[in-house]
Design a protein around this ligand. Structure first.
Ligand code: CA
Ligand code: CA
Length: 325
C-alpha cells in the first residue's frame, strides 16, 4: 500500500470516528469486527443420580466481547446440543436440571453460544452414573428403611461399597457439587469437594451413614417396634439375626429445657440379655477431617441390664443399642 493511500485511509478512519462520536468501533459501511466465541464453559453437576431424579447442572462461560450468551447442554456426550437456555448476560451462571429416564453411564457437558451464533468449546464432561430408582421407602426411619439392602458383608465394607450403597439407597448428596462462588450446593454432600478449599475429606455424616449401615443392615424391618415417640425422644426396636437392637435419639433442639451438654434419661425394658453396647452414631470429632481411625472414631459405652431394664442417657447424638446375649 502506498503511503498516500495509507494517509487517506487513516484520514477517512479518523473522520468516521469523529462522525460516530467515538462511540463505536465500527465505521459506517466498514467490515464487522472479528467476533470471538465464548471461552470454554465450566459445568457442575452430580456424578450419580437415579432414574427419574432431576439432576441439577450449572453452566457458565464468558464472551470476550461481552455479548449475551445462550448455553447449550449435551446430555449424552455426542457433542450435539440437546437443550438450549434462555439468553443471559455474559458470565451469568445458568442452572437447569436434566432427568435421565434410563439407567446407564452418561456424559454431560455444556458450552456458551454468543449472540452472533459463535459457540465456545464444550466444558469438561461430567460422568453421570444413573441407577434404577429404589422406589418408595416404607420404614419410619426414612432413609433407614432402605437398609434392607444387603451388602455382602457390611462389617468389612470398603469406602467404595459404602458410597455405592448410599447412592443406591437414594442418598442424593453423597458427593458435593462445586460452584465457583458461594452456593448452598457446595455445602451438601457427605464428601467435601476439594475444589472448595483444596481439602478432600469425608464429613462426619459420611461416617455416620457408614456406621449405621454396618450395624443396621440386615435388620428385619417388618417387626420394628415403636418404643417411644414422646417428649422429643424417639426409640425404636429392631431385630437383626435374632438379636434386638434399639435406635434412639433426642430431638434436643426442640426441647425448650435443653442446655448444651445435658442429657435426658430414658429407660429400655424387656431386654433379653445381660448387657448392651451403646454406640453414638456421630464420630467424637468436630469435623470428619479429624477421623484418622474409623475403628475408634465413635464413643461407645456399656449399659448394665438389670431385670431386663436399662437406663440410657441420651445426649445430642443418636445412638444404637445392641443387646448382648
Ligand atoms: Ca462473541
Ligand atoms: Ca447430545
Amino acid at each position: 500500500m502506498k503511503s498516500a493511500t495509507i494517509r487517506s485511509a487513516l484520514l477517512s478512519f479518523i473522520i468516521a470516528l469523529i462522525v460516530t462520536g467515538c462511540n463505536s468501533g465500527t465505521s459506517n459501511g466498514g467490515p464487522p469486527p472479528q467476533n470471538n466465541p465464548p471461552a470454554q464453559a465450566t459445568v457442575s453437576g452430580h456424578a450419580a443420580v437415579y432414574t427419574g431424579q432431576p439432576n441439577p447442572f450449572v453452566c457458565q462461560a464468558t464472551d470476550p466481547e461481552g455479548q449475551a450468551i445462550r448455553y447449550e447442554f449435551d446430555w449424552n456426550g455426542d457433542a450435539l446440543p440437546d437443550e438450549e437456555s434462555e439468553e443471559v448476560s455474559s458470565s451469568a451462571r445458568v442452572s437447569t436440571t436434566h432427568t435421565f429416564e434410563t439407567a446407564g453411564a452418561y456424559t454431560a457437558q455444556c458450552r456458551g453460544k454468543d449472540g452472533s451464533g459463535a459457540a465456545g468449546d464444550w466444558s469438561n464432561a461430567i460422568s453421570v452414573i444413573v441407577s434404577e430408582s429404589p422406589g418408595a421407602e416404607t420404614s419410619p426411619f426414612g432413609v433407614f428403611g432402605t437398609f434392607e439392602y444387603q451388602l455382602d458383608d457390611p462389617t468389612v465394607a470398603t469406602d467404595e461399597q459404602i458410597i455405592g450403597y448410599l447412592t443406591d439407597i437414594g442418598v442424593p448428596w453423597v458427593q458435593e457439587m462445586y460452584f465457583t462462588s458461594a452456593n448452598v450446593f457446595n455445602m451438601y454432600g457427605l464428601i467435601h469437594n476439594p475444589r472448595n478449599d483444596g481439602l478432600s475429606h469425608k464429613k462426619l455424616a459420611y461416617y455416620t451413614y457408614k456406621k449405621m449401615i454396618e450395624i443396621l443392615d440386615g435388620s428385619d424391618w417388618s417387626v420394628t417396634q415403636t418404643i417411644q415417640e414422646t417428649d422429643n425422644v424417639y426409640i425404636y426396636k429392631l431385630m437383626k439375626n435374632g438379636n434386638s437392637l434399639y435406635v434412639a435419639w433426642w430431638d434436643y433442639f426442640n426441647d425448650a429445657t435443653y442446655t448444651p451438654g445435658t442429657t435426658i434419661q430414658v429407660s429400655l425394658s424387656g431386654l433379653q440379655g445381660v448387657s448392651a453396647v451403646v454406640t453414638e452414631t456421630v464420630p467424637k470429632f468436630a469435623t470428619g477431617m479429624e477421623v484418622t481411625d474409623y475403628a475408634t472414631a465413635f464413643n461407645t459405652s456399656t449399659l448394665a441390664v438389670s431385670n431386663g431394664s436399662a437406663a440410657l442417657d441420651l445426649g445430642e447424638n443418636p445412638v444404637i443399642v445392641e443387646v448382648l446375649q
